[in-house]
Design a protein around this ligand. Sequence first.
Ligand code: ADP
Ligand code: ZN
Length: 530
Amino acid sequence: PASETSTVDAAALETLRRVFGYEQFRGQQAEIIERVIRGGDALVLMPTGGGKSLCYQIPSLLREGCGVVISPLIALMQDQVDSLAALGVRAAFLNSTQDPAQRADVERAYLSGELDLLYLAPERLSLESTRALLDRGRIALFAIDEAHCVSQWGHDFRPDYLGLSALHERWPTVPRIALTATATKATRREIVERLDLGSAREFVSSFDRPNIQYRIEPKQQATQQLLRFIRAEHDGDAGIVYCLSRNSVEKTAEFLEANGVPALPYHAGLPASVRASNQARFLRDDGIVMVATIAFGMGIDKPDVRFVAHLDLPKSVEGYYQETGRAGRDGLPSTAWLAYGLQDVVQQRRMIADSEGSEQHRRNLSLHLDAMLALCETIECRRVQLLAYFGEPGSPCGNCDTCLQPVQGWDGTVPAQKLLSTIVRLKREHNRQYGAGHIIDILLGKQTDRVSQLGHDSLSTFGIGADLGESQWRGIVRQLLAQGLLAVTSDGYGTLTITERSAAVLRGEHEVRLREEASRPTRSAAKRRA
Ligand code: ADP
Ligand code: ZN
Protein backbone atom coordinates (compact mmCIF):
# COMPACT_ATOMS: atom_id res chain seq x y z
CA PRO A 1 0.00 0.00 0.00
CA ALA A 2 1.04 3.56 -0.73
CA SER A 3 1.12 4.67 2.87
CA GLU A 4 3.54 1.91 3.78
CA THR A 5 5.76 2.88 0.85
CA SER A 6 5.98 6.42 2.04
CA THR A 7 6.82 5.35 5.61
CA VAL A 8 9.75 3.32 4.32
CA ASP A 9 10.82 6.18 2.06
CA ALA A 10 10.52 8.71 4.83
CA ALA A 11 12.58 6.62 7.24
CA ALA A 12 15.27 6.11 4.61
CA LEU A 13 15.45 9.81 3.80
CA GLU A 14 15.54 10.71 7.47
CA THR A 15 18.48 8.31 7.96
CA LEU A 16 20.27 9.70 4.90
CA ARG A 17 20.08 13.20 6.34
CA ARG A 18 20.63 12.47 10.04
CA VAL A 19 23.37 9.81 9.80
CA PHE A 20 25.12 10.55 6.51
CA GLY A 21 24.44 14.27 6.24
CA TYR A 22 23.24 14.19 2.62
CA GLU A 23 20.11 16.00 1.43
CA GLN A 24 18.81 13.80 -1.37
CA PHE A 25 19.17 10.32 -2.75
CA ARG A 26 21.01 10.01 -5.99
CA GLY A 27 19.84 8.10 -9.05
CA GLN A 28 18.10 4.89 -8.06
CA GLN A 29 19.31 4.78 -4.45
CA ALA A 30 15.85 5.40 -2.97
CA GLU A 31 14.18 2.61 -4.97
CA ILE A 32 16.97 0.14 -4.23
CA ILE A 33 16.91 0.91 -0.53
CA GLU A 34 13.17 0.56 -0.36
CA ARG A 35 13.28 -2.79 -2.10
CA VAL A 36 15.87 -4.18 0.31
CA ILE A 37 14.24 -2.77 3.43
CA ARG A 38 11.09 -4.66 2.40
CA GLY A 39 13.06 -7.89 2.15
CA GLY A 40 13.47 -8.13 -1.62
CA ASP A 41 16.66 -9.16 -3.44
CA ALA A 42 18.43 -6.68 -5.67
CA LEU A 43 21.21 -6.63 -8.23
CA VAL A 44 22.73 -3.17 -8.44
CA LEU A 45 24.85 -2.07 -11.37
CA MET A 46 26.18 1.35 -10.75
CA PRO A 47 29.39 2.98 -11.91
CA THR A 48 32.22 3.59 -9.48
CA GLY A 49 31.43 6.60 -7.35
CA GLY A 50 27.70 6.22 -7.99
CA GLY A 51 26.94 5.62 -4.32
CA LYS A 52 26.49 1.89 -3.95
CA SER A 53 27.46 1.71 -0.27
CA LEU A 54 24.40 3.56 0.98
CA CYS A 55 22.21 1.03 -0.81
CA TYR A 56 23.07 -1.57 1.81
CA GLN A 57 24.13 0.67 4.70
CA ILE A 58 20.78 2.37 5.10
CA PRO A 59 18.74 -0.87 4.93
CA SER A 60 21.14 -2.38 7.48
CA LEU A 61 20.35 0.49 9.83
CA LEU A 62 16.63 0.27 9.29
CA ARG A 63 16.08 -3.49 9.31
CA GLU A 64 16.27 -5.48 12.46
CA GLY A 65 19.64 -7.16 13.01
CA CYS A 66 23.07 -6.67 11.48
CA GLY A 67 23.86 -6.20 7.78
CA VAL A 68 26.52 -8.66 6.62
CA VAL A 69 28.71 -7.25 3.86
CA ILE A 70 30.87 -9.61 1.85
CA SER A 71 33.80 -7.81 0.31
CA PRO A 72 37.09 -8.97 -1.22
CA LEU A 73 38.78 -5.72 -0.24
CA ILE A 74 40.32 -6.79 3.04
CA ALA A 75 42.84 -3.96 2.96
CA LEU A 76 40.04 -1.41 3.01
CA MET A 77 37.86 -2.85 5.75
CA GLN A 78 39.56 -0.93 8.52
CA ASP A 79 39.03 2.36 6.66
CA GLN A 80 35.42 1.56 5.90
CA VAL A 81 34.70 0.67 9.50
CA ASP A 82 36.50 3.76 10.79
CA SER A 83 34.59 6.13 8.57
CA LEU A 84 31.29 4.53 9.56
CA ALA A 85 32.26 4.81 13.22
CA ALA A 86 32.87 8.52 12.66
CA LEU A 87 29.21 8.79 11.61
CA GLY A 88 28.07 6.88 14.67
CA VAL A 89 27.33 3.66 12.79
CA ARG A 90 28.32 0.53 14.69
CA ALA A 91 30.45 -1.45 12.25
CA ALA A 92 33.15 -4.11 12.51
CA PHE A 93 34.90 -6.65 10.33
CA LEU A 94 36.17 -10.19 10.47
CA ASN A 95 39.15 -11.16 8.34
CA SER A 96 42.50 -12.93 8.40
CA THR A 97 44.41 -9.83 9.52
CA GLN A 98 42.96 -10.01 13.04
CA ASP A 99 44.22 -11.96 16.03
CA PRO A 100 41.87 -14.32 17.93
CA ALA A 101 41.17 -11.79 20.68
CA GLN A 102 40.09 -9.12 18.17
CA ARG A 103 37.88 -11.63 16.42
CA ALA A 104 36.31 -12.71 19.70
CA ASP A 105 35.42 -9.08 20.47
CA VAL A 106 33.68 -8.65 17.14
CA GLU A 107 31.83 -11.95 17.58
CA ARG A 108 30.60 -10.91 21.00
CA ALA A 109 29.39 -7.56 19.67
CA TYR A 110 27.54 -9.27 16.84
CA LEU A 111 25.85 -11.79 19.13
CA SER A 112 24.69 -9.16 21.58
CA GLY A 113 23.09 -7.14 18.76
CA GLU A 114 25.51 -4.24 19.06
CA LEU A 115 26.46 -4.15 15.37
CA ASP A 116 24.70 -2.46 12.45
CA LEU A 117 27.18 -3.72 9.88
CA LEU A 118 29.63 -6.59 9.75
CA TYR A 119 32.19 -6.79 6.92
CA LEU A 120 33.38 -10.27 6.00
CA ALA A 121 35.98 -11.54 3.58
CA PRO A 122 34.39 -14.20 1.36
CA GLU A 123 36.71 -16.95 2.60
CA ARG A 124 35.41 -16.35 6.16
CA LEU A 125 31.95 -17.23 5.03
CA SER A 126 33.04 -20.59 3.74
CA LEU A 127 33.99 -21.58 7.30
CA GLU A 128 31.27 -23.47 9.13
CA SER A 129 32.27 -21.67 12.34
CA THR A 130 31.42 -18.31 10.75
CA ARG A 131 28.10 -19.61 9.49
CA ALA A 132 27.24 -20.98 12.90
CA LEU A 133 28.11 -17.64 14.43
CA LEU A 134 25.82 -15.79 12.00
CA ASP A 135 23.03 -18.22 12.88
CA ARG A 136 23.22 -17.32 16.52
CA GLY A 137 22.65 -13.64 15.84
CA ARG A 138 20.20 -11.75 13.69
CA ILE A 139 21.07 -11.00 10.04
CA ALA A 140 19.42 -7.93 8.51
CA LEU A 141 20.65 -8.59 4.98
CA PHE A 142 23.55 -9.87 2.92
CA ALA A 143 25.36 -7.37 0.72
CA ILE A 144 27.67 -8.91 -1.86
CA ASP A 145 30.05 -6.17 -2.92
CA GLU A 146 32.12 -6.41 -6.12
CA ALA A 147 29.71 -9.13 -7.24
CA HIS A 148 31.43 -9.46 -10.64
CA CYS A 149 34.17 -11.37 -8.79
CA VAL A 150 31.90 -14.41 -9.15
CA SER A 151 32.34 -14.36 -12.92
CA GLN A 152 34.85 -16.92 -14.04
CA TRP A 153 35.28 -15.35 -17.43
CA GLY A 154 35.42 -11.85 -16.08
CA HIS A 155 38.64 -10.01 -15.36
CA ASP A 156 38.56 -10.23 -11.58
CA PHE A 157 37.53 -13.76 -10.64
CA ARG A 158 37.72 -14.84 -6.96
CA PRO A 159 37.05 -18.53 -6.40
CA ASP A 160 35.66 -17.87 -2.90
CA TYR A 161 32.78 -16.00 -4.47
CA LEU A 162 31.41 -19.22 -5.95
CA GLY A 163 30.55 -20.39 -2.44
CA LEU A 164 28.21 -17.46 -1.95
CA SER A 165 25.33 -19.22 -3.68
CA ALA A 166 24.99 -21.14 -0.41
CA LEU A 167 23.76 -17.99 1.35
CA HIS A 168 20.33 -18.35 -0.11
CA GLU A 169 20.06 -22.04 0.78
CA ARG A 170 20.98 -21.52 4.38
CA TRP A 171 19.17 -18.22 4.96
CA PRO A 172 16.31 -18.18 2.43
CA THR A 173 14.46 -15.32 4.09
CA VAL A 174 17.37 -12.90 4.42
CA PRO A 175 17.38 -10.37 1.55
CA ARG A 176 20.47 -10.17 -0.61
CA ILE A 177 21.81 -7.20 -2.49
CA ALA A 178 24.62 -7.79 -4.99
CA LEU A 179 26.55 -4.76 -6.19
CA THR A 180 29.06 -4.15 -8.95
CA ALA A 181 30.46 -1.39 -11.08
CA THR A 182 31.37 -3.77 -13.87
CA ALA A 183 28.76 -5.53 -15.80
CA THR A 184 28.17 -6.39 -19.35
CA LYS A 185 25.03 -8.35 -20.08
CA ALA A 186 27.04 -11.56 -19.93
CA THR A 187 28.53 -10.81 -16.51
CA ARG A 188 25.12 -9.78 -15.24
CA ARG A 189 23.68 -13.12 -16.33
CA GLU A 190 26.53 -14.95 -14.67
CA ILE A 191 26.06 -13.09 -11.39
CA VAL A 192 22.36 -13.93 -11.34
CA GLU A 193 23.03 -17.56 -12.12
CA ARG A 194 25.96 -18.22 -9.82
CA LEU A 195 24.58 -16.32 -6.85
CA ASP A 196 21.14 -17.80 -7.37
CA LEU A 197 19.64 -14.33 -7.69
CA GLY A 198 16.78 -15.19 -10.01
CA SER A 199 14.37 -13.32 -7.78
CA ALA A 200 16.44 -10.15 -7.66
CA ARG A 201 15.26 -6.96 -9.25
CA GLU A 202 17.95 -5.41 -11.42
CA PHE A 203 18.81 -1.76 -11.01
CA VAL A 204 20.97 -0.64 -13.89
CA SER A 205 22.27 2.91 -13.73
CA SER A 206 23.75 4.73 -16.65
CA PHE A 207 27.43 4.04 -16.96
CA ASP A 208 28.12 7.35 -18.56
CA ARG A 209 30.60 9.57 -16.77
CA PRO A 210 30.10 12.78 -18.72
CA ASN A 211 32.79 14.71 -16.85
CA ILE A 212 35.50 12.30 -17.97
CA GLN A 213 37.17 13.14 -21.26
CA TYR A 214 38.37 9.96 -23.01
CA ARG A 215 41.56 10.16 -25.06
CA ILE A 216 43.66 7.45 -26.65
CA GLU A 217 46.80 8.39 -28.52
CA PRO A 218 49.47 6.50 -30.45
CA LYS A 219 52.40 5.61 -28.25
CA GLN A 220 55.83 6.90 -29.25
CA GLN A 221 57.86 7.66 -26.16
CA ALA A 222 55.27 6.93 -23.56
CA THR A 223 56.80 8.61 -20.51
CA GLN A 224 57.66 11.78 -22.46
CA GLN A 225 54.12 11.92 -23.78
CA LEU A 226 52.82 11.44 -20.25
CA LEU A 227 54.99 14.25 -18.93
CA ARG A 228 53.82 16.60 -21.69
CA PHE A 229 50.22 15.69 -20.95
CA ILE A 230 50.56 16.30 -17.20
CA ARG A 231 52.43 19.57 -17.66
CA ALA A 232 50.02 20.91 -20.25
CA GLU A 233 46.77 19.92 -18.62
CA HIS A 234 47.18 18.65 -15.08
CA ASP A 235 50.01 20.51 -13.47
CA GLY A 236 49.66 20.12 -9.71
CA ASP A 237 46.68 17.77 -9.96
CA ALA A 238 46.23 14.40 -8.30
CA GLY A 239 46.26 11.53 -10.77
CA ILE A 240 46.83 7.82 -11.23
CA VAL A 241 49.19 6.37 -13.84
CA TYR A 242 48.74 2.67 -14.57
CA CYS A 243 51.61 0.53 -15.84
CA LEU A 244 51.67 -3.18 -16.57
CA SER A 245 54.89 -4.16 -14.79
CA ARG A 246 56.39 -3.38 -11.41
CA ASN A 247 59.56 -2.35 -13.12
CA SER A 248 57.88 0.26 -15.29
CA VAL A 249 55.93 1.50 -12.26
CA GLU A 250 59.18 2.27 -10.48
CA LYS A 251 60.91 3.75 -13.51
CA THR A 252 57.97 5.95 -14.37
CA ALA A 253 57.59 7.23 -10.80
CA GLU A 254 61.31 8.09 -10.73
CA PHE A 255 61.08 9.77 -14.11
CA LEU A 256 58.15 11.95 -13.02
CA GLU A 257 59.85 12.86 -9.73
CA ALA A 258 63.04 13.78 -11.58
CA ASN A 259 60.96 16.07 -13.76
CA GLY A 260 59.27 17.85 -10.91
CA VAL A 261 56.01 15.92 -10.74
CA PRO A 262 55.40 14.57 -7.21
CA ALA A 263 54.94 10.84 -7.82
CA LEU A 264 54.85 7.68 -5.74
CA PRO A 265 55.04 4.02 -6.78
CA TYR A 266 52.53 1.34 -5.80
CA HIS A 267 52.69 -2.35 -6.68
CA ALA A 268 52.34 -5.71 -4.98
CA GLY A 269 56.11 -6.20 -4.80
CA LEU A 270 56.62 -3.28 -2.41
CA PRO A 271 56.61 -3.92 1.35
CA ALA A 272 53.14 -3.54 2.86
CA SER A 273 54.29 -0.59 4.97
CA VAL A 274 55.52 1.31 1.91
CA ARG A 275 52.30 0.61 0.07
CA ALA A 276 50.24 1.78 3.02
CA SER A 277 52.19 4.99 3.48
CA ASN A 278 52.18 5.81 -0.24
CA GLN A 279 48.45 5.23 -0.37
CA ALA A 280 47.93 7.39 2.71
CA ARG A 281 49.96 10.24 1.18
CA PHE A 282 48.05 9.99 -2.06
CA LEU A 283 44.75 10.27 -0.19
CA ARG A 284 45.87 12.98 2.19
CA ASP A 285 48.20 15.30 0.29
CA ASP A 286 47.25 17.39 -2.71
CA GLY A 287 48.58 16.86 -6.18
CA ILE A 288 50.27 13.48 -5.83
CA VAL A 289 50.52 11.25 -8.87
CA MET A 290 50.29 7.57 -7.98
CA VAL A 291 52.12 5.35 -10.44
CA ALA A 292 50.73 1.87 -9.97
CA THR A 293 49.89 -1.53 -11.28
CA ILE A 294 46.20 -2.36 -11.32
CA ALA A 295 46.71 -3.72 -7.80
CA PHE A 296 45.98 -0.13 -6.82
CA GLY A 297 42.64 1.56 -6.77
CA MET A 298 39.85 -0.87 -6.00
CA GLY A 299 37.73 0.76 -3.35
CA ILE A 300 39.85 3.90 -3.18
CA ASP A 301 37.53 6.83 -2.59
CA LYS A 302 39.43 9.97 -3.51
CA PRO A 303 36.99 12.39 -5.10
CA ASP A 304 39.44 14.78 -6.78
CA VAL A 305 41.56 12.47 -8.93
CA ARG A 306 41.80 14.69 -12.02
CA PHE A 307 43.30 12.19 -14.44
CA VAL A 308 43.90 8.51 -14.94
CA ALA A 309 46.63 7.67 -17.44
CA HIS A 310 47.43 4.27 -18.89
CA LEU A 311 50.93 3.68 -20.22
CA ASP A 312 50.04 0.13 -21.21
CA LEU A 313 46.92 -1.25 -22.79
CA PRO A 314 44.30 -2.56 -20.34
CA LYS A 315 43.33 -6.20 -20.92
CA SER A 316 39.62 -5.51 -21.21
CA VAL A 317 37.09 -2.74 -21.64
CA GLU A 318 35.76 -3.57 -18.17
CA GLY A 319 39.19 -2.98 -16.69
CA TYR A 320 39.65 0.23 -18.66
CA TYR A 321 36.26 1.51 -17.59
CA GLN A 322 36.82 0.64 -13.95
CA GLU A 323 40.29 2.15 -13.81
CA THR A 324 39.40 5.34 -15.68
CA GLY A 325 36.31 5.60 -13.46
CA ARG A 326 38.55 6.52 -10.55
CA ALA A 327 38.93 9.95 -12.12
CA GLY A 328 36.49 12.72 -11.35
CA ARG A 329 34.28 11.16 -8.72
CA ASP A 330 33.47 14.71 -7.61
CA GLY A 331 31.86 15.35 -10.99
CA LEU A 332 34.42 17.95 -12.10
CA PRO A 333 36.16 17.76 -15.50
CA SER A 334 38.77 15.00 -15.61
CA THR A 335 40.78 13.14 -18.21
CA ALA A 336 41.22 9.48 -19.05
CA TRP A 337 44.37 9.29 -21.14
CA LEU A 338 45.82 6.18 -22.75
CA ALA A 339 48.94 5.77 -24.86
CA TYR A 340 48.76 2.69 -27.00
CA GLY A 341 51.09 1.20 -29.59
CA LEU A 342 52.07 -1.77 -31.67
CA GLN A 343 54.11 -3.29 -28.87
CA ASP A 344 51.02 -3.42 -26.63
CA VAL A 345 49.17 -5.59 -29.10
CA VAL A 346 52.16 -7.86 -29.63
CA GLN A 347 52.74 -8.23 -25.91
CA GLN A 348 49.14 -8.91 -24.98
CA ARG A 349 48.55 -11.38 -27.77
CA ARG A 350 51.65 -13.22 -26.60
CA MET A 351 50.59 -13.18 -22.95
CA ILE A 352 47.29 -14.73 -23.96
CA ALA A 353 49.01 -17.41 -26.02
CA ASP A 354 51.27 -18.22 -23.07
CA SER A 355 48.58 -18.12 -20.42
CA GLU A 356 47.61 -21.10 -18.34
CA GLY A 357 44.17 -22.59 -18.50
CA SER A 358 41.84 -24.04 -21.06
CA GLU A 359 41.47 -23.15 -24.71
CA GLN A 360 38.10 -21.64 -23.79
CA HIS A 361 39.82 -19.40 -21.25
CA ARG A 362 42.30 -18.15 -23.84
CA ARG A 363 39.50 -17.53 -26.29
CA ASN A 364 37.81 -15.47 -23.65
CA LEU A 365 40.88 -13.38 -22.95
CA SER A 366 41.16 -12.79 -26.70
CA LEU A 367 37.58 -11.57 -26.91
CA HIS A 368 38.23 -9.16 -24.04
CA LEU A 369 41.34 -7.87 -25.78
CA ASP A 370 39.58 -7.55 -29.15
CA ALA A 371 36.92 -5.33 -27.61
CA MET A 372 39.60 -3.15 -26.02
CA LEU A 373 41.45 -2.91 -29.34
CA ALA A 374 38.25 -1.97 -31.13
CA LEU A 375 37.83 0.89 -28.66
CA CYS A 376 41.40 2.05 -29.34
CA GLU A 377 41.03 1.88 -33.11
CA THR A 378 37.56 3.30 -33.48
CA ILE A 379 37.06 6.41 -35.58
CA GLU A 380 33.74 7.08 -33.87
CA CYS A 381 32.96 8.60 -30.49
CA ARG A 382 34.85 6.71 -27.76
CA ARG A 383 32.04 7.19 -25.29
CA VAL A 384 29.42 5.81 -27.65
CA GLN A 385 31.58 2.74 -28.17
CA LEU A 386 32.30 2.36 -24.46
CA LEU A 387 28.64 2.63 -23.47
CA ALA A 388 27.60 0.32 -26.29
CA TYR A 389 29.88 -2.28 -24.77
CA PHE A 390 27.79 -2.08 -21.61
CA GLY A 391 24.60 -2.29 -23.67
CA GLU A 392 23.74 1.39 -23.35
CA PRO A 393 22.81 3.53 -26.36
CA GLY A 394 24.30 7.00 -26.73
CA SER A 395 25.09 9.72 -29.23
CA PRO A 396 28.41 11.47 -29.99
CA CYS A 397 29.52 13.16 -26.80
CA GLY A 398 31.65 16.10 -27.84
CA ASN A 399 34.03 15.28 -24.99
CA CYS A 400 36.40 12.63 -26.31
CA ASP A 401 39.31 12.81 -28.70
CA THR A 402 37.45 11.48 -31.72
CA CYS A 403 34.61 13.95 -31.19
CA LEU A 404 36.96 16.86 -30.58
CA GLN A 405 39.27 16.03 -33.49
CA PRO A 406 37.38 13.79 -35.87
CA VAL A 407 39.48 11.04 -37.35
CA GLN A 408 39.27 10.03 -40.98
CA GLY A 409 39.10 6.46 -42.08
CA TRP A 410 41.01 5.52 -45.20
CA ASP A 411 41.23 2.56 -47.55
CA GLY A 412 44.37 0.76 -46.46
CA THR A 413 43.88 -2.29 -48.66
CA VAL A 414 46.93 -1.69 -50.87
CA PRO A 415 49.44 -1.09 -48.04
CA ALA A 416 47.94 -4.08 -46.20
CA GLN A 417 48.50 -6.22 -49.30
CA LYS A 418 52.11 -5.01 -49.59
CA LEU A 419 52.75 -5.93 -45.98
CA LEU A 420 50.98 -9.27 -46.05
CA SER A 421 52.62 -10.34 -49.27
CA THR A 422 56.06 -9.50 -47.85
CA ILE A 423 55.32 -11.90 -45.01
CA VAL A 424 54.08 -14.54 -47.44
CA ARG A 425 57.18 -14.18 -49.65
CA LEU A 426 59.60 -14.34 -46.73
CA LYS A 427 57.93 -17.55 -45.68
CA ARG A 428 57.85 -19.01 -49.18
CA GLU A 429 61.27 -17.94 -50.42
CA HIS A 430 63.29 -17.95 -47.20
CA ASN A 431 61.15 -20.25 -45.06
CA ARG A 432 61.26 -17.86 -42.11
CA GLN A 433 59.04 -15.34 -40.39
CA TYR A 434 60.05 -12.04 -38.81
CA GLY A 435 58.94 -9.30 -36.48
CA ALA A 436 57.49 -5.92 -37.45
CA GLY A 437 60.82 -4.03 -37.42
CA HIS A 438 62.50 -6.15 -40.06
CA ILE A 439 59.42 -6.38 -42.27
CA ILE A 440 59.05 -2.60 -42.20
CA ASP A 441 62.75 -2.22 -43.12
CA ILE A 442 62.10 -4.36 -46.20
CA LEU A 443 59.01 -2.36 -47.16
CA LEU A 444 60.90 0.90 -46.78
CA GLY A 445 63.81 -0.49 -48.82
CA LYS A 446 66.33 0.03 -46.03
CA GLN A 447 69.73 -1.60 -46.61
CA THR A 448 70.34 -2.71 -43.03
CA ASP A 449 73.05 -5.24 -42.21
CA ARG A 450 70.41 -7.81 -41.51
CA VAL A 451 68.63 -7.14 -44.81
CA SER A 452 71.80 -7.59 -46.87
CA GLN A 453 73.09 -10.58 -44.90
CA LEU A 454 69.81 -12.39 -45.41
CA GLY A 455 69.51 -11.29 -49.02
CA HIS A 456 66.11 -9.78 -48.40
CA ASP A 457 66.87 -6.89 -50.75
CA SER A 458 66.18 -9.24 -53.61
CA LEU A 459 62.57 -9.76 -52.58
CA SER A 460 60.12 -8.28 -55.08
CA THR A 461 58.49 -6.31 -52.29
CA PHE A 462 61.77 -4.66 -51.21
CA GLY A 463 61.15 -0.90 -51.14
CA ILE A 464 57.53 -1.01 -52.33
CA GLY A 465 56.35 0.72 -49.17
CA ALA A 466 58.66 3.74 -49.37
CA ASP A 467 55.68 6.02 -50.00
CA LEU A 468 54.86 5.77 -46.29
CA GLY A 469 56.99 6.48 -43.22
CA GLU A 470 58.12 4.07 -40.55
CA SER A 471 55.65 5.23 -37.93
CA GLN A 472 52.81 4.98 -40.43
CA TRP A 473 53.82 1.40 -41.12
CA ARG A 474 53.91 0.61 -37.44
CA GLY A 475 50.42 2.04 -37.17
CA ILE A 476 49.27 -0.18 -40.02
CA VAL A 477 50.81 -3.29 -38.45
CA ARG A 478 49.13 -2.43 -35.16
CA GLN A 479 45.75 -1.95 -36.79
CA LEU A 480 46.01 -5.15 -38.80
CA LEU A 481 46.86 -6.99 -35.58
CA ALA A 482 43.90 -5.36 -33.89
CA GLN A 483 41.62 -6.41 -36.74
CA GLY A 484 42.88 -9.99 -36.72
CA LEU A 485 44.41 -9.63 -40.20
CA LEU A 486 47.85 -10.32 -38.74
CA ALA A 487 48.83 -12.52 -35.81
CA VAL A 488 51.79 -12.84 -33.49
CA THR A 489 53.34 -16.27 -33.11
CA SER A 490 54.02 -17.57 -29.62
CA ASP A 491 57.82 -17.70 -29.97
CA GLY A 492 58.24 -14.67 -27.75
CA TYR A 493 59.96 -12.54 -30.41
CA GLY A 494 56.89 -10.77 -31.78
CA THR A 495 57.10 -12.75 -35.00
CA LEU A 496 54.28 -11.84 -37.36
CA THR A 497 52.27 -14.28 -39.38
CA ILE A 498 49.23 -14.03 -41.61
CA THR A 499 45.84 -15.33 -40.51
CA GLU A 500 43.01 -17.13 -42.24
CA ARG A 501 41.34 -13.79 -42.77
CA SER A 502 44.37 -12.20 -44.42
CA ALA A 503 43.89 -14.42 -47.47
CA ALA A 504 40.79 -12.48 -48.50
CA VAL A 505 42.78 -9.24 -48.31
CA LEU A 506 45.53 -10.65 -50.50
CA ARG A 507 42.95 -11.80 -53.03
CA GLY A 508 41.43 -8.31 -53.01
CA GLU A 509 38.13 -9.55 -51.63
CA HIS A 510 38.24 -7.65 -48.36
CA GLU A 511 38.62 -3.89 -48.05
CA VAL A 512 40.80 -2.84 -45.13
CA ARG A 513 39.55 0.28 -43.36
CA LEU A 514 42.19 2.05 -41.32
CA ARG A 515 42.31 4.98 -38.96
CA GLU A 516 44.18 8.07 -40.11
CA GLU A 517 46.83 8.61 -37.45
CA ALA A 518 47.06 12.18 -36.26
CA SER A 519 50.38 13.34 -37.66
CA ARG A 520 52.26 14.48 -34.63
CA PRO A 521 55.07 17.01 -35.09
CA THR A 522 58.47 15.43 -34.65
CA ARG A 523 60.80 16.97 -32.08
CA SER A 524 62.76 18.95 -34.62
CA ALA A 525 59.66 20.17 -36.43
CA ALA A 526 58.23 21.38 -33.14
CA LYS A 527 61.47 23.18 -32.33
CA ARG A 528 61.60 24.83 -35.71
CA ARG A 529 58.13 26.20 -35.21
CA ALA A 530 58.87 27.47 -31.72
P1 ADP B 1 30.61 3.36 -5.06
O1 ADP B 1 30.72 2.30 -3.99
O2 ADP B 1 29.42 3.19 -5.95
O3 ADP B 1 31.87 3.54 -5.84
P2 ADP B 1 30.35 5.10 -2.83
O4 ADP B 1 29.26 4.39 -2.13
O5 ADP B 1 31.72 4.96 -2.29
O6 ADP B 1 30.34 4.74 -4.37
O7 ADP B 1 29.96 6.63 -2.94
C1 ADP B 1 30.78 7.54 -3.62
C2 ADP B 1 30.74 8.89 -2.94
O8 ADP B 1 29.46 9.51 -3.10
C3 ADP B 1 30.96 8.79 -1.44
O9 ADP B 1 31.81 9.83 -1.05
C4 ADP B 1 29.56 8.93 -0.88
O10 ADP B 1 29.58 9.42 0.43
C5 ADP B 1 28.92 9.90 -1.85
N1 ADP B 1 27.45 9.75 -1.91
C6 ADP B 1 26.75 8.61 -2.02
N2 ADP B 1 25.43 8.84 -2.05
C7 ADP B 1 25.28 10.17 -1.96
C8 ADP B 1 24.13 11.05 -1.93
N3 ADP B 1 22.88 10.59 -2.02
N4 ADP B 1 24.35 12.38 -1.82
C9 ADP B 1 25.62 12.85 -1.75
N5 ADP B 1 26.74 12.09 -1.76
C10 ADP B 1 26.57 10.76 -1.85
ZN1 ZN C 1 32.79 11.46 -28.07
